[in-house]
Ligand binder design. Structure first.
Ligand SMILES: *Cc1c(COP(=O)(O)O)cnc(C)c1O
Length: 395
């Protein structure tokens, strides 16, 4: 029996069984569906991409995986070199892991141990209201090995603020001597309800972090690789630690990376073994994941994906212009993301089936009907998704 995610198993509807997938399309036995949410936002190149398939196949014939403990290999060396050159600022040090949640844990551990290593007593993480940074919980705390966990023996407290500059300023003024880091999903809070906010908030955050020596962490697991209309939000405001996942491997294999700048890395670089970063996921730097990520970045650049995202945003704005219904609270568009927020989540009951019948796979959550499309989508396919979303309110 499969235990499905985020579902009440007693009342959940039957999931659609996918038998094939290609480009933006998912195929069930009897329907062809445009995937309007890119398999939880990661499948930016579309399914069954010939070059991505080839990248994995040729790596399988060499080796699929070797651990990074005491070993290294070309795919991980090349990917870290590519990221060093591709990412902004001095974000040069790549720590790989198998999922976005774990990569966020690594970022927070980096920030906490960065402070332990310099004998600082700071122990509080600043975060945003409505934030989502993954689903992991307590694995390290239930472990009992001093060698792995000594740097994290203090329990980090977390404080949440809204995405408003006065609240940000107040938090830094009052608590700066307690703050280790400030973690945000920059510009677009995804799973917390597709909430969008202004870059000026992040610019102010960067200044305050510099002023008070607090590390700034961008969780770009969802926003990275063009989703907000920027390649990375980090291109606009550069964090000290950047977390990437989801689209990193084009939706082929779970993998993520926590990228640190020189300041963070230097806080661990010493003659003292106890200053080493005590983390190491079994599948970090997986050779298949690194190979497919490298090829994905090559395609992203070569095919000028940022122009594609700009075009997607234009079409979304054009099609949504003037669209309204009394049940709707707000329609929002940013980059390759559109969200219709409704006042009452019950308004969206049955939309899955409605969309299925019209050849679209959609999965509303909370009070959000949304699309985060693959970047290879054609105009008529995107319009079909948007028409389906709008038609729901006329039905
Ligand atoms: C999806 C997501 C994560 C978690 O990534 P997983 O690979 O599902 O563990 C973390 N942060 C953000 C912003 C996400 O959208």
């Amino acid at each position: 029996m499969i235990w499905y995610p985020y579902e009440q198993m007693k009342t959940m509807r039957q999931p659609y069984k996918i038998v094939d997938a290609e480009g933006v399309y998912l195929y069930t036995e009897d329907q062809k569906l445009i995937d309007s949410i890119s398999s939880w936002w990661c499948m930016i190149h579309g399914y069954k991409h010939p070059e991505l398939n080839e990248a994995i196949k040729s790596q399988v014939d060499r080796f699929s995986h070797v651990m990074l403990g005491g070993l290294t290999h070309d795919p991980v060396l090349k990917l870290s070199e590519k990221l060093r050159e591709w990412l902004p600022g001095d974000l040069d040090y790549c720590f790989f892991s198998d999922s976005g949640s774990v990569a966020v844990e690594v970022a927070l551990k980096m920030a906490l141990q960065f402070n332990t290593n310099r004998d600082s007593s700071r122990d509080t993480v600043l975060a945003l209201e409505h934030a989502y940074h993954g689903d992991t919980f307590k694995a390290m705390e239930v472990g009992d090995d001093e060698d792995y966990h000594f740097a994290f023996s203090k329990k980090a407290g977390v404080m949440h603020i809204p995405t408003e500059i006065p609240a940000l300023e107040e938090a830094f003024e009052r608590y700066h001597d307690k703050l280790t880091c400030f973690i945000v999903e920059p510009l677009l809070q995804g799973a917390g309800g597709m909430r969008m906010y202004d870059i000026s908030f992040l610019q102010r955050a960067r200044k305050l972090c510099d002023e008070y020596d607090v590390l700034l962490i961008f969780d770009e697991v969802a926003t990275g690789f063009g989703r907000t209309g920027n390649r990375f939000v980090a291109d606009l405001v550069c964090p000290d630690i950047l977390v990437l996942g989801k689209a990193l491997t084009g939706g082929y294999i779970g993998h993520a990376v926590t990228v640190a700048n020189h300041k963070v890395f230097d806080g661990f670089y010493s003659d003292d073994n106890r200053h080493a970063l005590m983390h190491g996921p079994t599948f970090m730097g997986n050779a298949l994941a690194c190979s497919v990520a490298l090829k994905g970045i090559e395609i992203f650049e070569r095919e000028n994906y940022m122009a594609k995202v700009k075009k997607i945003e234009e079409i979304m704005r054009r099609e949504m212009e003037g669209f309204w219904d009394p049940r709707i609270r707000q329609v929002r568009v940013m980059g390759g993301c559109v969200c219709i927020e409704v006042c009452d989540p019950d308004t969206l009951q049955g939309f899955w089936q409605f969309a299925y019948e019209r050849g679209v796979f959609s999965r509303p959550f909370l009070n959000c009907m949304y699309a985060m499309v693959p970047y290879i989508i054609k105009e008529e396919e995107l319009v079909q998704i948007l028409d389906t979303m709008k038609a729901w309110y006329q039905s």
